[in-house]
Design a protein around this ligand. Structure first.
Ligand SMILES: [Zn+2]
Length: 83
């Protein structure tokens, strides 16, 4: 579900952003899985959106930990991919 890559950007659908200068790609499959896992919150949109936000931020911080380790190990080129 998650990976740290040092190669080129993924080719799947999704959106890209930078967090603390670190390029991050959030693939659409991540959002779809978050929606699926939060399916019991579908009755109202607000709890589902909250759920997706919590999952995204949680996973993002986890992946930023990988990025920090990459930086400390001297890997200059990396990107975080949340799939
Ligand atoms: Zn991890």
């Amino acid at each position: 579900m998650l990976s740290t890559q040092t190669a080129k950007a993924p080719r799947g659908f999704g959106f890209r952003l930078k967090v603390f200068g670190i390029p991050v790609t959030v693939e659409i499959t991540f959002v779809l899985m978050a929606v699926l896992l939060g399916s019991n919150r579908r009755a109202d949109a607000a709890p589902l959106i909250e759920w997706i936000g919590v999952v995204l931020v949680s996973v993002l911080f986890h992946e930023l930990g990988h990025a920090l380790i990459d930086l400390l190990r001297g890997h200059a080129k990396f990107q975080q991919v949340i799939t």
